[in-house]
Design a protein around this ligand. Structure first.
Ligand code: COA
Ligand code: AMP
Length: 629
């Protein structure tokens, strides 16, 4: 089958194409209506099918003879632990954990927050919630209490599942103080919290609210799978947008299962029984789709890795895992490869390992910069494939379809649109741009299965945030171009979203925290290019008149504030005090111009600015601070 035939069919006959893909899964009641499109052009998939994602990912395989195959390998260099779960063991563990949640009153449609490190219980929790037809919302363990509190208030969970601690290389991070603070901050209070006690830390439990995981699990009975409709939500995952408040992306059960199952073969070329590894975290969409659901729906073995690409113990960690578990298809973010390259430029730590089972290395989360792609290709001898996607889609919008027809790799491009995605480059009036011309990357509606079609708790927000700007299209927030062979080049965000080490953050949200400092009158948080992390935020700050704090003291205080409000993952380090910010006549800060200046790129001063001397002032200050040559 050629890529073009596959892609064309998905465009001409979406219902036929995806209806056929749905047959690869075991439904309780097969969907009769594959696609309906509402007045706004938003697609709804498999609405009348009956299913359970946990059943499709676990029980189905046990029933079909895969019970003794390894489902999960837990490899944790930070605790010196390795453990395997077969499909039978995992199914049993998930069914009993679902029983534990049912005993706490969780029923279909209830929300359960999962705030956990990279341990098997995090995956088990997700599948247990899904088993009950409830909705999980995983919150990345690196987020600070106010971020968790926002998600508690928005998703109003009945139960929160957590662990006593996470481990960052050698540092034990206690979760209970963070969770307690978040619950203090939130208006909504969960009925119960269940705490998985780890040997590294025993968390004190609040009487009445908190329960010990092992005690509850010992008393619980295995429960079966609750049928849900294809359109019922499986999970909510919060992601940063242009506003300070994160958006709850709703993922529906049916479209999600169908798209992920399809992608495992079409994109990653893995079959049941193969070992697939996405080195990410279950707190991110990559972790949801390709540590948990995709590989298990396909009957693969997946790896839960509690460690880093470097430092646990060294830059050979990724190669050790690939070799030890015979990984066929591997996937991580460019920042991880850059970290490995920096520590081990000659890839000497790759040499002891047999990587012969590895077919292809996949990269996503941020643009794979050509030097890193070239380095990795040369050192590993493998094909390195970039693919582009978002929390909102849950899987690749553009990719090189390794299981359909591998295409030649072009450096800097995430290859061709994936079946189902009608990718266009448009100008701000919705006019299509010619080949090689840069513009807004948009996707013509309806979006394929798995893509979001609503924001949790706010129907209008999806239309306003994604559909209003270019009617008939979903706006991705990314800019780029398509070349004359149809290859898509994603060049970066066109909004205020910033990508720090593959983690998506909003500069608007960081600005709110900086602006909350008592000495700050106003500020602009700008994404500065960074060799390792891709981008890092930098604060350009104007002080209130009369404020006497010096730059060094302010910088320290702002670093502490950002860590406390958002988390260390924001990697906020630099603050520059300016006399004033460049503004348009209507008072808008010229962020785009500032971005170019900070990154030493060419800039144009818009005609809407009266006094250009402010620009020279800023350049002089940045030079004095050593940020500009
Ligand atoms: N819980 C608590 N804190 C966390 C955390 C977690 N789950 N994850 C990160 N942090 C903290 C780190 O400890 C660090 O704190 P510090 O500033 O006190 O040292 C801070 O957040 C920044 O972390 P990180 O971005 O991981 O930087 P690093 O310098 O420790 O490591 C890399 C650099 C490249 C190894 C790391 O960024 C990495 O592994 N990146 C890959 C990211 C990824 O897989 N993304 C997936 C998206 S597809
Ligand atoms: P997230 O929702 O956290 O997965 O972040 C999605 C955003 O990350 C996208 O909108 C892009 O800006 C960026 N991104 C992800 N993958 C790629 C890629 N392969 N190339 C370029 N940008 C990417």
């Amino acid at each position: 089958m050629s890529y073009q035939t596959e892609y064309d069919r998905s465009m001409k006959d979406p219902a036929g194409f995806w209806g056929d893909q749905a047959k690869a899964l075991e439904w309780f009641k097969a969907p009769q209506t594959i696609l309906t499109t509402d007045a706004d052009g938003i697609g709804h998939w498999f609405g009348d099918g009956e299913m359970n994602t946990s059943y499709m990912a676990l029980d189905h395989h046990v029933k079909n003879g895969r019970g003794d195959q390894t489902a999960i390998i837990y490899d944790s260099p930070v605790t010196d632990t390795k453990r395997k779960y077969t499909y039978s063991e995992l199914t049993d563990e998930v069914a009993r954990t679902a029983g534990m949640l049912a005993d706490l009153g969780v029923v279909k449609g209830d929300r359960v927050i999962i705030y956990m490190p990279m341990i098997p219980e995090a995956v088990i929790s997700m599948l247990a919630v899904a088993r009950l037809g409830a909705i999980h919302s995983v919150v990345f363990g690196g987020f600070a209490p106010p971020e968790l509190a926002q998600r508690i208030d928005d998703s109003t969970p009945k139960v929160i599942l957590t662990a006593s601690c996470g481990i960052e290389i050698k540092r034990v991070i206690e979760y209970m103080p963070l969770l307690n603070k978040a619950i203090d901050l939130s208006k909504h209070k969960p009925q119960s919290c269940v705490v998985f006690q780890r040997p590294q830390c025993n968390a004190p439990l609040a009487a009445g609210r908190d329960h010990d995981w092992a005690t509850l699990l010992a008393k619980s009975k295995a429960v079966g799978c609750t049928p849900v409709k294809g359109s019922d939500p499986l999970y909510i995952l919060y992601t940063s947008g242009t506003t300070g408040k994160p958006k709850g992306v709703v993922r529906e059960n049916g479209g999600h299962a169908v798209a992920l199952k399809y992608s495992m073969k079409a994109i990653y070329n893995v079959d049941a029984g193969d070992v697939f590894w996405a080195a990410s975290d279950v707190g991110w969409v990559v972790g949801h789709s390709y540590i948990v659901y995709g590989p298990l729906l396909q009957g693969c073995t997946t790896i839960v890795y509690e460690g880093k690409p470097i430092m646990t113990p060294d830059a050979g960690a990724l190669w050790r895992i690939i070799s030890e578990y015979k990984v066929k298809s591997f996937f991580t973010a460019p920042t991880a490869f850059r970290a490995v390259k920096k520590e081990d430029p000659d890839a000497l730590l790759m040499k002891p390992y047999d990587l012969s089972k590895l077919q292809v290395i996949f990269s996503a989360g941020e643009r794979l910069d050509p030097p890193t792609q070239e380095w990795l290709t040369e050192k590993s001898g493998k094909t390195v494939v970039d693919h582009w996607w978002q929390t909102e889609t849950g899987w690749g919008i553009t990719a090189n379809l390794w299981g359909v027809e591998p295409k030649p790799v072009k450096l800097g491009s995430s290859t061709l649109p994936t079946p189902g995605f009608d990718v266009r480059i448009l100008d701000e009036n919705g006019k299509q741009m010619a080949a090689n011309e840069q513009g807004y990357i948009a996707i013509k509606l309806p979006l394929p299965p798995s893509c979001m079609n609503r924001v949790w708790g706010d129907d209008d927000k999806f239309r306003e945030g994604y559909l209003q700007f270019l009617p008939g299209y979903y706006t991705t927030g990314d800019g780029g171009y398509i070349d004359d062979e149809g290859y898509v080049f994603v060049m970066g965000r066109v909004d205020d979203v910033i990508n720090v080490a593959g983690h998506r953050l909003s500069t608007g949200e960081i600005e709110e925290v900086v602006a909350g400092h008592p000495a700050v009158a106003e500020c602009a948080v700008i994404a500065r290019d960074d060799d390792l992390k891709g981008q890092v935020p930098m604060g350009l700050v104007v002080l209130k008149s009369g404020a006497t704090i010096d730059e060094e003291a302010l910088e320290k205080e702002l670093i502490a504030r950002i860590r406390e409000h958002i988390g260390g993952i924001a990697c906020y380090k630099n603050t520059v005090i300016l006399k004033r910010l460049p503004k348009t006549r209507s008072g808008k800060t010229l962020r785009k111009t500032l971005n170019c200046i900070v990154n030493g790129r060419e800039y144009t001063v818009p005609s809407t600015i009266d006094d250009t001397s402010v620009i020279n002032e800023i350049i002089t200050t940045l030079r004095e601070r050593g940020f500009l040559a």
